[in-house]
Design a protein around this ligand. Structure first.
Ligand SMILES: Nc1ncnc2c1ncn2[C@@H]1O[C@H](COP(=O)(O)OP(=O)(O)OP(=O)(O)O)[C@@H](O)[C@H]1O
Ligand SMILES: [Mg+2]
Length: 249
């Protein structure tokens, strides 16, 4: 297992119980989907793993998180990133006033000792995965499309050569075709570079099609889990757990 989360509970501002009871695991080289409706606790779970809840006055008050077999509960995000665990936040945060390339380079902070030549090589590696970004490398990120901004956010995470990437709703607000393109790149990165992914998604259909395993969250709890193909066959999934989005699926 590259990641193991044992029964965590997360509170914001000492009173708001956002995650009550979440246990999950990501095997080495796996793509795992974390499904759930608005407010189910997907983002909070990812932020707890990446050490980011504290920045929002949140705290993991119970349970533990193991990364590559070592307990990392409450560890700082920079320390985790240096060990290869990075998160791409919900809403594809880019530095709007920086170019696409400058945004990508900003992700290299996790590896402070790389040379210029190595950085160049890493950039070319990212451009090979996301050819659209190469053509837009000099554009200000703020002027690129939503899909390109999501690619910038993912590319920035990948430049530090992570082993586990936490992706928070990569499909949000994007057209189906671009969502498909992004998920196909993620699946290829997983296959060819062995990067593991934990992906929070409300777009159940596309997430299950690209994941090996899935967990379903409801009100801060894991209420269902299994191989993605099995979860995809549950006809009651949408109606019971996922806010009745069946019409979209
Ligand atoms: N920074 C915060 N401070 C206080 N409460 C928060 C904060 N962030 C989230 N919450 C609350 O925690 C619960 C879980 O929210 P979370 O954002 O983790 O859900 P989610 O599954 O990611 O939802 P969405 O699909 O809308 O992104 C919600 O009740 C939410 O209102
Ligand atoms: Mg969220």
């Amino acid at each position: 297992m590259i990641l193991q989360v044992d029964d965590i509970e997360v509170l914001y501002e000492q009173v708001i119980l956002a995650v009550r009871n979440v246990s999950l695991a990501v095997g080495e080289g796996q793509v795992v989907a974390l499904l759930g409706a608005n407010g189910a606790g997907k983002s909070t779970s990812l932020k707890a793993i990446a050490g980011l809840v504290r920045a929002e006055r949140g705290e993991v008050v119970r349970g533990r998180i193991l990364y590559q077999g070592e307990e990392v509960t409450r560890r700082a995000p920079q320390a985790l990133a240096a060990r290869g665990l990075v998160q791409v936040l919900e809403g594809r945060h880019c530095f709007a006033h920086l170019s696409v390339e400058e945004n990508l380079l900003a992700g290299a902070f996790a590896r402070p000792r790389v040379s210029r030549a190595q950085l160049r090589e890493e950039l070319e590696r990212i451009y090979a995965w996301f050819p659209r970004l190469k053509t837009r490398r000099r554009s200000l990120a703020g002027y690129t499309s939503g899909g390109e901004q999501q690619m910038v956010a993912i590319g920035r995470a990948l430049i530090s050569r992570p082993r586990l990437v936490l992706l928070d709703e990569p499909s949000m607000g994007l057209a189906p075709q671009i969502v498909e393109e992004i998920f196909e790149i993620v699946a290829a990165l997983n296959r060819e570079e062995g990067v593991s992914f934990l992906i929070a998604e409300q777009n159940i259909e596309v997430a299950l099609r690209h994941a090996h395993h899935a967990y379903v969250l409801e009100s801060g709890r894991v209420v269902d889990q299994g191989p993605a193909q099995e979860i995809a066959r549950r006809e009651d999934l949408h109606a019971f757990y996922l806010g009745g989005q069946a019409a979209q699926g």
